[in-house]
Design a protein around this ligand. Structure first.
Ligand code: AP5
Length: 200
């Protein structure tokens, strides 16, 4: 089993690249953003609670998101592994994920971090906001707040994985295909290493 985190600021291409990675490597895609938006569409209590935070570009409380991931891990116990997109976003979420995986004798194999400048992110998200219907994409102030929250609460999580040698930084600007190729190169290097370990 091979578990990857696709890490990066809002608009860095996590969703775009996740679709391609899960298709190529047969992983289960777990996007906390998508799961939360589905809760909002379904008008659940969790969705109504989450919407207040998401509309302002703030993070949904850790306990809500961790509970959601916990039940997803239970539902999808099989497969080649998981691709976590937009999770973990805080130190508490990273620690909780490690605990949940270790209960299943699993761990994170690799963290792929997309790097994109703030101006490019704002440009991408404002453009998407013209058609996406996502309330957190329509206003530049909210988009910049999402980036500020990322810098303060989420970016430090990268060092949690860097000290374990799991973090790979990938340039997230350029064509979608070129970025996917760079991500695939890192994934395949890790897969080869896994195979070598099992042979040893
Ligand atoms: P979430 O849904 O995770 O959104 P996000 O991190 O803000 O990221 P986006 O989905 O906006 O962007 P992305 O990096 O996936 O890029 P994408 O491929 O879409 O979270 C939304 C909210 O939910 C959070 O603010 C928070 O409130 C809550 N939440 C979610 N997870 C949480 C958690 N774990 N804890 C607490 N709260 C949580 O691309 C963006 C755009 O750029 C698209 O239009 C795309 O076509 C375009 N694009 C992609 N690649 C390129 C490229 N190479 N060149 C040009 N354009 C490109």
């Amino acid at each position: 089993m091979f578990n990857i985190i696709l890490f990066g600021p809002p608009g860095s291409g996590k969703g775009t690249q996740s679709d391609k990675i899960v298709e190529k490597y047969g992983l289960v895609h777990l996007s906390t953003g998508n799961l939360l938006r589905q809760e909002i569409t379904d008008r659940t209590d969790l969705g109504l609670k989450a919407k207040n935070f998401m509309d302002k570009g703030q993070l949904v409380p850790d306990e809500v998101v961790i509970g959601m991931i916990d039940s997803c891990l239970e539902k999808h116990n099989a497969g080649n592994g998981f691709l976590f997109d937009g999770f973990p976003r805080t130190a508490a979420q990273a620690e909780a994920l490690d605990k949940l995986l270790s209960l299943k004798k699993k761990s994170i194999s690799k963290v792929l971090a997309l790097e994109v400048s703030e101006e490019e992110l704002v440009k991408r998200l404002l453009k998407r906001g013209e058609t996406s219907g996502r309330t957190d994409d329509t206003n530049e102030g909210i988009i910049r707040n999402r980036y500020t929250v990322y810098k303060k609460d989420t970016e430090p999580v990268a060092s949690y994985y860097e000290q374990d040698g799991k973090l790979v930084r990938v340039k997230g600007e350029g064509s979608v295909d070129d970025i996917f190729e760079a991500l695939s190169t890192s994934i395949e290097a890790e897969l080869r290493e896994h195979k070598a370990l099992s042979i040893d």
